[in-house]
Design a protein around this ligand. Structure first.
Ligand code: KG4
Ligand code: ZN
Length: 345
């Protein structure tokens, strides 16, 4: 089966052509990142994002099909990110996908962007065992799921304020380093002394596993001000290293506590921040000590991409081939139900 994946939830316009069934491979993918456009603003400007999706979505699709050496007539299914994301950006993807689907009488599978990040790990590791814990750590989300099987996912924790990537982006913006900040801090970190500036872990004392990251930004700014730290200095590298080591240790401590309370056979860490060099290394070491197999997506599938959307879309279609896949609107997205019950089914 050939699936066309479409992702336009944030600041990447992405199209992928994926083959699933007897063969399981990403046949082609095209991504147009808007990082340069948003960089001067230190964050995403929704209007710029939507307009850019509109400008690129059709040509990326043509290019991805050409790369895959396929025609539109050979597509069996369209998988589309329907949420969460910027509404204008999502609507560009939805309108484009609906146009294609109507013209070719194709089903469209709506895909949850956060769940698709988890699925990205399965592209290179198809045999990940359940039940699993999945930490999605990105610029928009820091969420921990418990999954007993592929399409049954319980959200057990989320951030109460900023996402982990968002706080990195904000810190980088404050020091005038550009956007996105995560990869920039990633490069600075190895040159610093992580023990120089102590950070304490945020604590939410209501018995949940929820995360909080906004205090990190305040702490970084306070330490910088108190010690007269400016970007590009030795002290700054030490501050970045201390900050990132603390975030990674905090994330792992939360995962470890959640794992201690339920049967878990695997851990998946996905989303843009799972590209981070320190996170990948430290989680690998800690998981080995704990005897918990760790699965990370390939770096190119950590950040937003359409291959993960197509991959998960196929699973939903396979589970329910006769589903309501031909009558899709933005309101058919079931996040309301997700919030109500804390379960995503
Ligand atoms: O998953 P993603 O592409 O978009 C969202 O769904 O949010 O994640 C983007 C986030 C940004 O905050 C970016 O700074 C962060 O991922 N990121 C990184 C790295 N690469 C991207 N954070 C730390 N280290 C990296 N190497
Ligand atoms: Zn994402």
């Amino acid at each position: 089966m050939i699936i066309l994946g479409i992702e336009t939830s944030c600041d990447e316009t992405a199209v992928a052509v994926v083959e699933r069934g007897r063969k399981n491979l990403v046949r082609a993918e095209r991504i147009k990142s808007q990082e340069e456009l948003h960089s001067p603003y230190g964050g995403i400007v929704p209007e710029i994002a939507s307009r850019n999706h509109l400008e690129y979505i059709d040509r990326l699709t043509v290019e991805a099909l050409a790369d895959a050496r396929l025609t539109l007539g050979e597509i069996d299914l369209i998988a589309l990110t329907l949420g969460p994301g910027l509404i204008g950006s999502l609507l560009i993807g939805l309108s484009f996908a609906k146009g294609l689907a109507l013209s070719r009488n194709l089903p469209i599978i709506p895909v949850d962007h956060i769940q698709a990040h988890v699925e990205a790990a399965f592209i290179s590791h198809p045999k990940i065992e359940y039940p699993l814990l999945a930490l999605v750590v990105s610029g928009g989300h820091t969420t921990l799921f418990y999954q007993e099987s592929k399409l049954h996912s319980d959200m057990i924790a989320k951030t109460r304020d900023d996402a982990a990537g968002e706080v990195m982006d904000k810190v980088a913006k404050h020091f005038g380093l550009g956007y996105p900040g995560g990869p920039i801090l990633d490069q600075i970190c190895p040159g610093g002394d992580p023990g120089r500036y102590p950070f304490t872990f945020p604590r939410i004392s209501d018995g949940t596993f929820d995360f909080s990251f906004s205090g990190y930004k305040t702490a970084v700014l306070r330490i910088a001000q108190k010690n007269g730290i400016e970007a590009g200095t030795r002290k700054f590298r030490d501050l970045v290293a201390s900050f990132l080591h603390s975030i990674v240790a905090y994330l792992f401590s939360m995962v470890e506590s959640a794992a201690a309370q339920r049967p878990v056979r695997s851990l998946v860490v996905a989303g843009g921040v799972s590209r981070n060099t320190l996170l990948r290394k430290r989680f690998q070491e800690e998981c080995e000590q704990l005897g918990l197999p760790l699965y990370l997506p390939e770096p190119r599938f950590c950040t937003d991409n359409a291959a993960m959307i197509a991959w998960l879309g196929y699973e939903w279609f396979r589970a329910n081939p006769d589903g309501p896949w031909r009558d899709l609107t933005i309101s058919s997205y079931s996040r309301a139900r997700f919030r109500e019950t804390g379960r995503h089914r």
